[in-house]
Design a protein around this ligand. Structure first.
Ligand code: LFR
Length: 470
């Protein structure tokens, strides 16, 4: 039909958004339906996501649309985190936040005792201490009975799709982030799990984002009364959805999906499983339509978000103005592990890093914000360089999608540090990519047809690298 309507539910690390995206012959219309906070909960047993509150907000958002002609609904969220369900589908334990320190030291033990290269050759996934693999090992170490009781492991978006449909499956893009999906078989790597002493009886069947549809649970359908809706899981990993929404032309482009994290990468047809890629810790996560998201996690705006929290939620525009007027101080390594955990001492951690490395310490808010943004841009420059050398690609354009596309000084510094033309926008890429992937299924589009539709709407802002003045 001429017009299709898709509900994109996008949960990020600090907020959730629900939008109705209408696809018409002449373009896309995005209507925000519901926006809500996602506030993790600290307990004596660790840091948890508030899944019940998130579910309540999802249903509240859908209720606002009840009775309307909606063609599809789909959920994306951050990666790696999961729920364990017992034989009655009850939650065993809550869903831990990946920033929970329960995994401390576990990745290093696997790397030393089992061997990092041995793991990387099997799946090509970057070593991040919070990958599902290490979270499961921490459960085995501290609460082994949970693994025995568990009948189903569901990643966060799969859990929400299960609550919407009653169907338990794992969507592929997010499954790839566990670090136990085999790169060549495309199936769960049961051998690796067995080698590490982990059970795998609870792993569901894998399905493809944007390639299947499930009916809404009957009680929900009765309440919401959508005439002909289906649940169509998109690329359920938010980064996979964000990459769909890169308004790309040709081959020689890279992207930064810029939010709490900065995911710096490019789209490939095949994984790169070389020693160079391994040494640089690049990941070969999976995208929709059989693509590979060859990328690296950079700590991202998280550092700034935590600084801002420590400054009583100061206004962002005010902070950028102060940064613009501040002097340059030392830059720092944004990917140092000390910046991973939440904490109101984030500015102090930055200052300590600079002191330890004999640099000039940023003291005012403006100096700190300037140092954060310039250090991020410098790291993007390094990753882009490694990206070109490990893939052999010669890049021409760098797309920035997500909230960071709003931050002009960051876009300009990124152009300068990478030497690439930066194309900034869309800022709500994840929502758009989620909706477009549903539309691929509903309308029978290919990925490139979805991107053509996107380009009817999105005109990115251009930042040209500054010529160095000597
Ligand atoms: C971004 C993201 C990253 C993933 C991190 C943790 O929101 O999904 O891709 O590495 O969060 O799940």
């Amino acid at each position: 039909s001429a017009e299709t309507r898709h509900v994109a539910i996008d949960l990020g690390a600090s907020s959730g958004k629900i939008a109705l995206v209408t696809v018409r012959p002449d373009g896309l219309e995005v209507q925000e339906i519901h926006r809500f906070d996602n506030i993790p909960v600290e307990t004596p047993q660790g840091l948890y996501w508030n899944m019940l509150s998130l579910w309540k907000d999802i249903v509240a958002g859908l209720r606002k649309l009840s009775g309307q002609n909606i063609h599809s609904i789909g959920v994306d969220t951050w990666a790696v985190d999961f729920a364990l369900l017992d034989e009655h589908d009850l939650l065993l334990d809550g869903v831990h936040h990946y920033r929970d320190p329960r995994t401390n030291g576990i990745m290093e033990r696997v790397q030393d005792e089992y061997g990092s290269w041995k793991v990387y050759q099997r799946n090509g996934i970057q070593f991040l201490p919070f990958n599902t693999l290490y979270q499961l090992l921490s459960v085995k170490q501290d609460h082994p009975q949970l693994l025995t009781q568990a009948r189903t492991l569901l990643m966060v978006p799969d859990l929400l799709h299960f609550w919407l449909t009653g169907v338990k499956k794992t969507e592929r893009t997010n499954a790839s982030t566990t670090q136990f999906l085999h790169a060549s078989t495309g199936q769960w790597d049961t051998l690796l799990l067995e080698d590490l002493g982990l059970p795998h009886h609870f792993l569901p069947q894998i399905t493809e984002g944007g390639e299947g549809a499930f009916p809404l649970r009957e009680d929900l359908q009765q309440e919401l009364n959508f005439p002909s809706v289906k649940v169509v899981p998109p690329g359920t990993h938010d980064t996979a959805s964000a990459v769909v929404a890169v308004p790309a032309e040709g081959e020689n482009w890279a992207y930064i999906s810029s939010g709490t994290w900065s995911l710096v990468g490019t789209e490939l047809e095949h994984p790169v499983l070389t020693e160079e890629a391994f040494e640089r810790n690049f990941t070969n996560e999976l995208g929709v339509s059989g693509t590979v998201r060859y990328l690296k996690n950079v700590m991202g705006l998280w550092i700034l978000q935590e600084c801002r929290r420590s400054w009583g939620h100061a206004d962002y525009l005010e902070l950028y103005r102060e940064a613009d007027e501040a002097r340059d101080t030392s830059l720092f390594d944004v990917d140092d592990r000390r910046f991973l955990a939440p904490g109101l001492d984030m500015p102090a951690r930055i200052q300590t890093w600079c002191k330890e490395h004999g640099g000039e310490v940023p003291t005012t808010r403006g100096e700190v914000v300037r140092a954060v943004l310039r250090s991020l841009a410098r790291q993007y420059g390094q990753v882009i360089k490694d990206l070109q050398s490990t893939t052999g690609k010669t890049l021409q354009q760098l797309h920035i999608v997500g909230g960071g596309a709003h931050i002009e000084p960051l876009c300009q510094w990124t152009a300068n540090e990478t030497g690439l033309t930066v194309l900034a926008g869309p800022t709500d890429g994840t929502l758009l990519g989620n909706a477009l992937t549903q539309a691929m299924f509903v309308r029978g589009w290919s990925l490139s047809e979805a991107r053509e539709k996107l380009k009817q709407n999105i005109k990115p802002r251009v930042f040209t690298p500054a010529v160095l003045q000597v």
